[in-house]
Design a protein around this ligand. Structure first.
Ligand code: PLP
Length: 390
């Protein structure tokens, strides 16, 4: 086994380390202020004060009100609660059963709506995307029906980095009176978030993608949107998500979001400079290499490629052995040899779509890391092609 400290980590879209400022904010809430926020006594009220302060902070960072922010166990849970809860609510209140999604959603969205279709009688329709993986707001408009319960389109794609025209999609939905959910789990780390400007009704985020802890997420629910809870029990989180709140993690999520949403422009400039340098070199120095996703309109830290005739899993293993932690696109697809639905949706040909590589940069990345990667990547790709040719 290789030593983790000798690895160059280039997989910040899979997860990020906890920022030391975040950890400092969390620590007192494990054993010093350990009360249950639902308790009436002093220790409980101290925990409740921290919980509500975190809620206010998250709300103000997203352009929302406190009572519109709900804490969950992760980004996946936020997606689940938003989709299942709103779909059930819309069917109950107005008989709506049609769900529109993009073909480039994270599995947390895709598999949730597939279950709604298979077991709960909803009708799921997939929107078209352009070759960069972008949804056209006019296509959303044309696909809306009187029976549409909600629309869900990913804010920024985890596999190919492309950013969707979320504000325009939200506007189309708003005009038609249809709920709009967006999975902003990747976007919140790098893009300024504002649910008012973006016309969003439901938005999912997860802390570990922006230097917060794993196992905590948040869901924005616009006031008045009916959600049928998936988890029942106590009255926590406005009776929508029962279970004692994880106060230290929630405090950590709020602090991490505050750090992520501050100084975005400066950080984006640094990251996108390194990203563009990497993209330029890969496309120039490696034959039959292509960028996937949009060349400009993409997450500032995100570079993703396909290499013709290369096995992506072998590529990752070779890179790992050479000291680089990268990904094929989605950390949720370990051991899955099938080409990704996202690459199929954007029309990547079969000869290319198994050879994907995602390189995502972060706080620890330096220009030297990019040079070090480029010192080995062309040779590894070449070697794998020769192996598969025999
Ligand atoms: C990581 C991710 C999720 C899942 O979030 P977890 O907090 O890991 O459950 C959902 N959607 C997107 C786009 C992601 O990148």
């Amino acid at each position: 086994m290789s030593d983790i400290n000798s690895k160059i980590y280039l997989d910040y879209a899979a997860t990020t380390p906890v920022d030391s400022r975040v950890l400092d904010a969390m620590l007192p809430y494990f054993s010093e202020y350990f009360g249950n926020p639902s308790s009436v006594h002093g220790p409980g009220q101290l925990a409740d004060a921290a919980l509500e302060e975190a809620r206010r902070k998250v709300a103000s960072l997203l352009g929302a009100r406190s009572e519109e922010i709900l804490f969950t166990g992760c980004g996946t849970e936020s997606d689940n609660l938003a989709l299942r809860g709103a779909a059930m609510g819309q069917r109950r209140s107005r008989g709506a059963y049609h769900i529109l999604i993009s073909p480039v959603e994270h599995h947390a969205v895709l598999h949730t709506v597939q279950q709604l279709e298979a077991y709960y009688g909803f009708d799921v329709e997939t929107l078209p995307v352009d070759p960069y993986g972008r949804v056209d707001p006019q296509d959303v408009k044309a696909s809306l029906r009187p029976t549409t319960a909600l629309v869900s389109v990913i804010y920024a794609n985890n596999e190919i980095g492309t950013i969707n025209p979320v504000a325009q999609i939200g506007e189309v939905c708003r005009e038609a009176g249809v709920l709009f959910h967006t999975d902003a789990v990747q976007a919140a780390a790098h893009l300024p978030m504002n649910v008012q400007l973006d016309n969003i009704d439901l938005m999912s985020i997860g802390a570990h993608k922006f230097y917060g802890p794993k196992g905590v997420g948040a869901l924005y629910i616009r006031r008045g949107v009916e959600i049928i809870p998936a988890q029942t029990g106590g009255g926590q989180e406005f009776h929508l998500r029962a279970g004692t709140q994880n106060v230290p993690y929630i405090v950590g999520l709020a602090r991490a979001l505050e750090i992520a949403q501050t100084g975005i422009e400066e950080r984006s400039g640094i990251l996108s400079g390194m990203r563009d340098h990497l993209i330029e070199r890969v496309v120039k120095e490696i034959p039959d290499a292509r960028l996937t996703g949009h060349p400009q309109n993409r997450l500032p830290n995100h570079a993703s490629f396909v290499f013709k005739g290369v096995d992506g899993n072998q590529l990752l293993m070779m890179l790992d052995a050479a000291g680089f932690a990268c990904s094929s696109g989605s950390a949720c697809k370990v051991g899955n040899p099938k080409p990704s639905e996202v690459l199929e949706a954007i029309g990547v040909m079969p000869a290319w779509n198994k050879g994907s590589l995602r390189v995502t940069l972060g706080h620890g990345t330096t220009p030297e890391h990019i040079d070090q990667l480029m010192a080995v990547l062309p040779g590894i790709v070449d070697q794998l092609r020769k192996l598969s040719a025999v």
